[in-house]
Design a binder for this molecule. Structure first.
Ligand SMILES: Nc1nc2c(ncn2[C@@H]2O[C@H](COP(=O)(O)OP(=O)(O)OP(=O)(O)O)[C@@H](O)[C@H]2O)c(=O)[nH]1
Ligand SMILES: [Mg+2]
Length: 274
């Protein structure tokens, strides 16, 4: 049975690609790992195999019509394994839009936990069980490269400096006490995604990660950081651009203005390192 869905324009209705399938699949597992892809043909088979071997999870790839044939490969993976699903979007619209589509897909089904993860193997699938364990006592689990030192393999120095500077900038301007607010390996409880107005999340690159965490923090959800080791991509091309950095600079300033409004319960935004 095919697990491929097509999203047309900004309308999030999903249509099963092949006739005869059931579009509303009963989830065997309650965790969905969402992986956005754009030109990741070298990586998708390995990431799918390793994620599925790591824990009892389902996988949703969100592909933006990658020109390198990633979408076709994902359809093959989905056809072979019921745990794998693919949401096809018509054109490259950025990582943030892809995640929002994936989150809505998850909320339309009965997933309790929704994870974010890159396709390029920078995030180690073997860490997934630790995220699920930490989510037992938290609403949002953040993977951090910067707990007790720096855990990054093969990054150029300028990339590291940019990432560390971004973390400091976010902390100073927004007051969020997290060590790695731009990271993209994380696990949301369903209630967090339900509470955030996903239609109003506008940012895409680094700032998408910051804005989602900031929204959860403002609402008083319990947020925990766990250490992860991050490795630079070995295959495929980076989608990192200077526009993504500029977007983050402005977004953080906007978030800084929301600071006094923070309320709610939870852990007061204190990171509970696990
Ligand atoms: N669907 C979709 N996925 C995207 C888009 N841009 C990036 N991605 C995916 O988002 C994830 C993170 O993108 P990366 O290019 O690895 O960005 P990065 O991790 O900041 O930078 P590098 O690892 O240095 O390349 C990868 O799985 C990409 O394939 C997009 O516009 N649409
Ligand atoms: Mg990457």
């Amino acid at each position: 049975m095919s697990r491929a869905y097509h999203e047309h324009g900004t309308n999030a209705n999903c249509i099963l690609a092949k006739a005869g399938g059931n579009a509303y699949i009963h989830a065997m597992s309650k965790t969905l790992v969402v992986i956005p892809t754009y030109n990741e043909a070298d990586n998708v088979r390995e990431i799918a195999d390793r994620v599925l071997a790591s824990a009892a999870v389902h996988l949703l790839f969100v592909d933006d019509n990658s020109p390198d044939g990633t979408g076709r490969m994902l359809n093959d993976l989905a056809a072979r394994d019921d745990r794998v699903h693919v949401l096809h979007r018509p054109e490259k619209a950025g990582l943030g839009r892809a995640y929002i589509a994936g989150f809505k897909w998850a909320l339309d089904r009965d997933y309790d936990l929704v994870m974010e993860m890159d396709a390029d193997l920078s995030h180690n699938p073997d860490d997934i069980p630790r995220f699920l364990g930490a989510a037992a006592a938290a609403d949002l689990v953040l993977g951090s490269r910067y707990i007790n030192g720096i855990r990054i393999i093969n990054w150029p120095l300028e990339r590291l400096i940019l990432s560390k500077a971004a973390s400091l900038y976010v902390r100073l301007i927004t007051g969020m006490p997290f060590s790695d607010p731009t990271g993209g390996f994380k696990c949301f409880r369903r209630a967090v995604l339900e509470a955030i107005d996903l239609e109003h999340i506008r940012s895409n690159g680094y700032s998408f990660q910051i804005e989602m965490t900031h929204s959860a923090w403002m609402k008083g959800f319990r947020i925990t950081e766990i250490p992860i080791i991050f490795e630079d991509r070995r295959s495929g091309c980076s989608k990192m651009q200077s526009a993504i950095v500029r977007e983050a600079l402005w977004m953080v300033v906007k978030l800084g203005f929301r600071r006094p409004a923070r309320g709610g319960s939870g852990n007061g935004g204190r990171p509970a390192h696990g």
